[in-house]
Design a protein around this ligand. Structure first.
Ligand code: PMP
Length: 300
């Protein structure tokens, strides 16, 4: 059965969910988006995703014509219309239909759509064994050119990096910034653990400030684990005790090798596992409820 898609104020069957070939999201990657997860009848960190969407839109000068609470409701209602309690949600706002020129002033009405679908989970084996990463030649976008903090539809930079990883059969790439410091993976943030301290690149390294990243730092602080946001190099990953990636789809996933060098003892580390479990616990209780009746029946 096909999905029900939210598109510009209406819920329509997926065959009818079509956007114009003149949409600047398609022509120029001119737009912003979020990837969000639903777990156990709740939309995880929904508020945080909506805030990031509106902040990205503000930076690209895109006025989203509905309010943040209305956008939250769009996400929840799209889940309801699809009977979705667990899954992956893609929320997109493009500059909208314009002419063939670049000028965003020619696009009076942004296009908004929301897809709520089931998710293809990474095999549990990947979490148990850990990923083997490679550093790629493609550098992360310069913040002064195309700021990685904006979650825009322009992902070509990350796609180039993914292609390089594919070429050598690696599941993920480590991207460096223009100065050669570690930035992030193609769709995930990166952490290392060294002498009990959790370290991740700061936003000014040229990264997307992942919501999973922020959640993991918060969990760690609550557990009394020292957390540092600081610049580091590949050498720091080679010599780290542990390494893992974070992202909405992958959650917290261990990495055990970089460029053929074994990280730590080559197995997912103790702190990584502690954070994986704590993160999974949090997904059970965080975020607004999708189907209220489920909640009521659970309470009685
Ligand atoms: N970096 C990039 C480039 C990404 O695309 C993503 C996924 N949205 C992330 C990091 C992780 O962000 P989040 O935890 O919000 O999914």
């Amino acid at each position: 059965m096909g999905l029900i898609i939210y598109l510009d104020g209406k819920f329509v069957p997926e065959e009818q969910a079509v956007v114009s070939v003149f949409d600047h999201g398609l022509l120029y990657g001119d737009g912003v988006f979020e990837g969000i997860r639903a777990y156990h009848n709740r939309v995880f960190k929904l508020r945080e995703h909506i805030i990031r969407l509106y902040e990205s839109a503000r930076t690209i000068g895109l006025d989203i014509p509905i309010t943040m609470p209305e956008m939250e409701e769009v996400v929840l209602e799209t889940c309801r219309r699809n009977g979705l309690r667990d899954g992956y949600i893609r929320l997109v706002v493009t500059r909208g239909r314009g002419d063939l020129g670049l000028d965003p002033r020619k696009c009076p009405n942004p296009t908004i759509f929301c897809i709520a679908a089931s998710i293809q989970l990474y095999p549990e084996e990947l979490y148990e064994k850990g990923l083997e990463l490679v550093t790629v030649a493609t550098r992360r976008n310069l913040p002064e050119a195309c700021n990685p903090r904006v979650k825009s539809l322009n992902y070509l930079n990350n796609i180039y990096a993914k292609m390089e990883a594919n070429l050598v059969g690696a599941p993920e790439a480590v991207m460096l910034n223009q100065e050669g410091y570690v930035a992030e993976a193609t769709g995930d943030n990166i952490f290392i653990v060294k002498n009990g301290v959790l370290i991740t690149p700061p936003p000014y390294a040229g990264i997307l400030e992942g919501i999973t990243r922020n959640t993991v730092m918060e969990i760690a602080r609550q557990k009394g684990i020292p957390v540092e946001e600081k610049l580091f190099t590949r050498h720091d990953i080679y010599t780290a005790d542990e390494c893992f990636l974070t992202g909405t789809a992958a959650e917290v996933i261990p990495a055990v090798k970089l460029d053929g060098r074994v990280i730590g003892d080559g197995r997912p580390g103790k702190m990584t596992w502690e954070l994986i479990h704590a993160y999974r616990e949090l997904t059970r209780v965080d975020g607004p409820v999708i189907f209220r009746e489920d909640e009521r029946s659970m309470n009685c």
